[in-house]
Design a protein around this ligand. Structure first.
Ligand SMILES: NC(=O)c1ccc[n+]([C@@H]2O[C@H](COP(=O)([O-])OP(=O)(O)OC[C@H]3O[C@@H](n4cnc5c(N)ncnc54)[C@H](O)[C@@H]3O)[C@@H](O)[C@H]2O)c1
Length: 282
């Protein structure tokens, strides 16, 4: 989509971090916004800040759990009722959870896959038909470098992000086969300075593990990650790259210098019959 002014962007996980930065960047282009997030207070703050910073745009917010199919149906209905349609769909909501595989519970997997994978599945299911119908639009799925090469301690996260890359590649091929003008990008950042290390703030009670010492719900791993994440790329720089990809229909968005090296190392190991190289995002 080259001409963005007056068009509509929906951003899940739009209340903070990368999603909020994308919202501001789209708003600066004169786009109207539908922000969906599970965190109501942050959503209200985001809407206020967006209205204050950008004149002449409409910002709607919706408290939505992206892992809930019916809630996502309602979000799409809200988009149709409020704006008639959407043009840019950012399936971005995500949570970080960790721990070695042998320590993980079913709830750990369900929470992470629910948000990171089912959120993207539902986002495509409810919004892609609108884009196809009008023959215009762009889908941005937020994966991660963890969707291209798997490091330790992040099994559910890696699995969710590999799946998001696979779904995005599938969508790209299908759009091309169908001769559609709709575009798709997959966003694969390394560390970005957001609140992802504090993802457990949004973990539903029914998916928390009984007992306090729960790595995946914000324990030692989160603390370990805090430092590298705070030293990460500003989300505004990621948003700038997303905007460029939406405009130019660029598919893989590798945001950090050096990402290609890690991707190449994995590909070379596969074709060279070598074991997977050790990977920690830089
Ligand atoms: N920060 C990084 O280093 C990094 C790196 C690679 C990929 N990512 C991905 O970027 C995306 C955005 O994360 P971020 O880094 O901005 O973190 P963040 O925690 O700042 O933002 C994530 C947003 O998603 C929302 N959210 C959480 N669960 C939700 C749910 N069930 N339904 C709706 N919204 C929900 C949160 O409330 C929050 O506003 C995620 O998909 C994440 O996996 C982040």
């Amino acid at each position: 989509v080259e001409e963005l002014e007056g068009k509509v962007a929906v951003v899940t996980g739009g209340a903070s971090g990368i999603g909020l930065a994308m919202a501001h960047r789209f708003a600066a282009e004169g786009m109207h916004l539908l922000l969906a997030d599970i965190e109501e207070g942050a959503l209200d703050d985001a809407a206020e800040a967006l209205h204050a910073a950008h004149e002449g745009i409409t910002v709607r917010t919706s408290v939505t759990d992206v892992s809930d199919g019916e809630a996502m149906d309602a979000l799409a209905a809200d988009a149709r009722d409020s704006f008639g349609t959407v043009h840019v769909v950012c399936n971005n909501a995500g949570v970080g959870s960790g721990g070695q595989l042998h320590t993980l519970t079913t709830r750990d997997w369900e929470w992470c896959l629910g948000v990171n994978l089912w959120g993207v599945i539902h986002g495509i299911r409810v919004f892609l038909p609108m884009l196809l119908e009008q023959g215009e639009g762009h889908v941005v799925n937020t994966a991660s470098m963890a969707g291209l090469i798997a490091g330790p301690y992040m099994g559910p996260y890696n699995a969710s992000k590999f799946a998001v890359v696979a779904i995005s590649e599938t969508l790209f091929q299908e759009l091309r086969m169908n001769g559609s003008d709709v575009g798709v990008s997959v966003l694969c950042p390394s560390w970005v300075n957001t609140k992802i290390h504090d993802s457990a703030r949004n973990r539903p009670d029914e998916l928390r593990n009984p007992g306090a010492d729960d790595l995946a719900a914000g324990g030692a791993l989160s603390e370990m990650l805090r430092g590298v994440i705070e030293a990460g790329l500003p989300p505004e720089e990621v948003a700038e790259q997303v905007l460029a990809a939406v405009r130019s229909k660029h598919f893989y968005i590798l945001t950090h210098d050096g990402s290609e090296v890690a991707v190449s190392a994995r590909a070379e190991a596969i074709v060279g019959n070598e074991p997977p190289p050790f990977f920690m995002p830089q």
